[in-house]
Ligand binder design. Structure first.
Ligand code: CS2
Length: 498
C-alpha cells in the first residue's frame, strides 16, 4: 500500500499519542530567524529539535529555520517536497518513539539557490546562523587556516566580494559572501554558531572567515573584515547526539507510527546535549528553556567530548570493522574491544582532559560506552570510520601528543591510530569483506591499500602533514610501537595490551 507523504498539511491530521508527538501550531506557523548551513541528519535530530522546543517553551514564533543543503540536492528535494516537515525516530530503552518536527520553514539548495541563500544571510530578520557541514566542509589546511590551495576555495575567492563571479560553492565562501551582502544592506549583527566536532569550533570558523577576507583580491576584504569584527560573533559549541544513517527498517517503523511516508526521516538515540558559549551578537532563541547549557567557556566540554566520546568511537569503529563487526554496539560488546575502550578512557584520555565544572569524567566515560552499546541504534562502524584524516587529529592525536610531551605512554590511543592505518591499508575485514575508504584524501590513502609491510604503511601515512605533526612523526619510540600494532592488525589479529 502506498502511504500518503508527510507534509505540512498532514500536521492537522496526525493525532499525537503515546509514541507519536506532533508540533504545536506555534512552531508550525513560525517565521524564519535562523539559517542553518548543512541540513543533514544530525542537524535535523539536534539543533532543529532544540530550537522547536525552545519556541514551544518560550512561546515565541520567530525562530523558524531556513535549512540549506550544502552538497546534497537530493536531501533538498526530499525535504522540500514535505515542506520541511520530517520525523525524528528515537530508538533506545527498548522502544521507538516518533516526533514530527515542523520548525524547518524553508529548505534551500545551496548549489541551485545560492542567491536566495545570500539574500537570507542579508535579511535583518535572521539573527543566527548555525552550521553542521562536517569536518571536511571547512577546507582547512594543516595548522587550521583556510586551504587556499583548494581549487574550490580559489574559485570562490576569485569570484570577488561583489559577487560578480560564479556563485560560491564552499561553506566559508558562501558565508563570507552572505556577510558581505549583509554588511552592504546594513542588516545588523549576526551570530554564527558552529556545531561540528572541531575543537574551539567557533574560533576555528572565525579564523577561516578572516582568512577568506584576507585572501580576497583587491581592496574589498579589509573593510568587510572590519565589519565582521564589529558585527559578527562566533561562539563555540559542543554538540552530542548519535544519529546513524536512516534505514528502510527505520522508515517502516516510523510509517507504522504516523501512517505517512517520510523521506526526510532521521533516527537518533534518546541522549542529546548542546553546550553553547553565551556570546551572541544579537537576539537568539531561548535555547536554555530546551535544555541547552549556556556557558562562558565551552572548551572543557569540547575536549571531553571529542576525546572521550569521538576518540573512543573512532577506535571502536576501526577495530570493530577490521574484526568483522557491523555496528558499534557489536564492537563494544566484544569483550576484547570493550576492555581496550575502557582502558583507553581511564589511562590515556582522562589524564588529558580538564573536567568541565561538576562533571565526573569516569561517569561520563561509562555513560558513553553504555550509549554505544545500545543494540537498537545500529550505528555502523563504517559510518563512523569515514573521513579519518579529518577526525583523527582532534579525537586521538592531540591526546597522544600531549601525553608523550608529559612523559606518559598513551598505549591505547596509539592502538586507535594504528587501527585507522590498518583499516586504510588492509581494506578488508577478517571475513574478507571490503571496507570502504570514504575520505577526502582517499586518492592519497589509496596508495597504501593492499600493502602488507607495516613499516611502509606507517611511513606513507605519517607523511600526511595535514594529519600528523612533526612531534609525532619524529618520535622514534612512538613510531616503533605504532608500527608493531599496525603489523599485528594487518594480520587480522588485535594486539594484546596489558
Ligand atoms: C561519530 C559522531 O561519525 C562519527 O564520527 O563519532 O558522529 C558521533 O556519533 C557524534 O559526534 C555524537 O555526538
Amino acid at each position: 500500500m502506498t502511504l500518503p507523504r508527510l507534509d505540512r498539511a498532514a500536521l492537522d491530521e496526525l493525532r499525537a499519542g503515546d509514541r507519536l508527538s506532533v508540533p504545536a501550531a506555534r512552531t508550525v506557523d513560525c517565521s524564519v530567524g535562523i539559517v542553518h548551513l548543512g541540513l543533514g541528519a544530525f542537524s535535523r535530530a539536534h539543533q532543529a529539535v532544540y530550537t522547536e522546543d525552545a519556541m514551544l517553551a518560550a512561546g515565541g514564533a520567530e525562530w523558524g529555520i531556513c535549512g540549506v543543503t550544502q552538497r546534497s540536492a537530493d536531501v533538498h528535494d526530499r525535504l522540500a517536497a514535505q515542506d520541511g516537515v520530517y520525523g525524528v525516530l528515537t530508538r533506545g530503552d527498548g522502544r521507538a518513539t516518533l516526533r514530527i518536527v515542523g520548525v524547518v520553514r524553508e529548505v534551500l539548495d545551496g548549489g541551485a539557490q545560492t542567491e536566495a541563500l545570500l539574500d537570507r544571510l542579508a535579511d535583518p530578520r535572521i539573527a543566527v546562523v548555525t552550521a553542521t557541514v562536517t569536518e571536511k566542509g571547512y577546507r582547512r589546511a594543516a595548522g587550521g587556516g583556510l586551504d587556499t590551495r583548494d581549487p574550490e576555495v580559489r574559485a570562490d575567492l576569485a569570484g570577488g566580494a561583489d559577487l560578480a563571479g560564479r556563485p560560491p560553492v564552499t561553506v566559508i565562501g558562501r558565508l563570507v559572501r552572505g556577510l558581505a551582502r549583509r554588511a552592504h544592506a546594513d542588516a545588523g549583527p549576526l551570530t554564527v554558531v558552529c556545531c561540528d566536532n572541531l575543537p574551539s569550533n567557533g574560533t576555528a570558523v572565525q579564523r577561516l572567515v578572516h582568512d577568506f577576507c584576507d585572501a580576497l583580491p583587491g581592496a574589498e576584504g579589509g573593510p568587510l573584515a572590519e565589519w565582521i569584527r564589529a558585527s559578527v560573533t562566533f561562539p563555540s559549541s559542543m554538540v552530542d547526539r548519535i544519529v546513524p544513517t536512516t534505514t528502510d527498517d527505520d522508515r517502516r517503523d516510523a510509517a507504522a507510527l504516523s501512517g505517512r511516508y517520510d523521506a526526510g526521516l532521521v533516527v537518533a538515540e534518546p541522549f542529546s546535549q548542546w553546550v553553547v558559549e553565551d556570546r551572541f551578537a544579537g537576539a537568539r532563541p531561548c535555547w536554555e528553556r530546551a535544555g541547552v547549557q549556556l556557558t562562558d567557556d565551552v572548551g572543557p566540554f569540547e575536549v571531553m567530548k571529542l576525546r572521550l566520546l569521538n576518540g573512543v568511537h573512532s577506535t571502536l569503529a576501526y577495530l570493530g570493522a577490521l574484526r568483522g563487526h557491523r555496528t558499534i554496539a557489536e564492537a563494544v560488546r566484544d569483550d576484547e574491544l570493550r576492555a581496550i575502550a575502557e582502558a583507553m578512557i581511564r589511562q590515556d584520555l582522562i589524564p588529558t582532559v580538564e573536567p568541565p565544572d561538576g562533571v565526573d569524567l569516569g561517569g561520563y566515560g561509562h555513560q558513553v560506552l553504555a550509549r554505544f552499546a545500545d543494540p537498537a541504534l545500529r550505528h555502523t562502524c563504517v559510518q563512523v570510520a569515514m573521513d579519518g584524516t579529518q577526525k583523527l587529529p582532534q579525537r586521538l592525536l592531540s591526546a597522544v601528543s600531549e601525553s608523550l610531551a608529559a612523559g606518559r605512554h598513551p598505549r591505547y590511543a596509539t592502538l586507535g591510530v594504528a587501527a585507522w592505518m590498518a583499516y586504510v591499508a588492509r581494506g578488508r575485514d577478517v571475513k574478507g569483506r571490503a571496507l570502504p575508504l570514504d575520505d577526502p584524501l582517499a586518492a592519497t590513502l589509496g596508495d597504501v591499500r593492499g600493502r602488507t609491510d607495516a613499516d611502509g604503511v606507517v611511513d606513507a601515512l605519517l607523511r600526511l602533514d595535514a594529519v600528523f605533526g612533526p612531534d609525532l612523526v619524529d618520535h622514534t619510540a612512538w613510531r616503533r610501537e605504532l608500527t608493531v600494532d599496525v603489523q599485528t592488525l594487518l594480520t587480522g589479529a588485535v594486539p594484546t595490551v596489558p
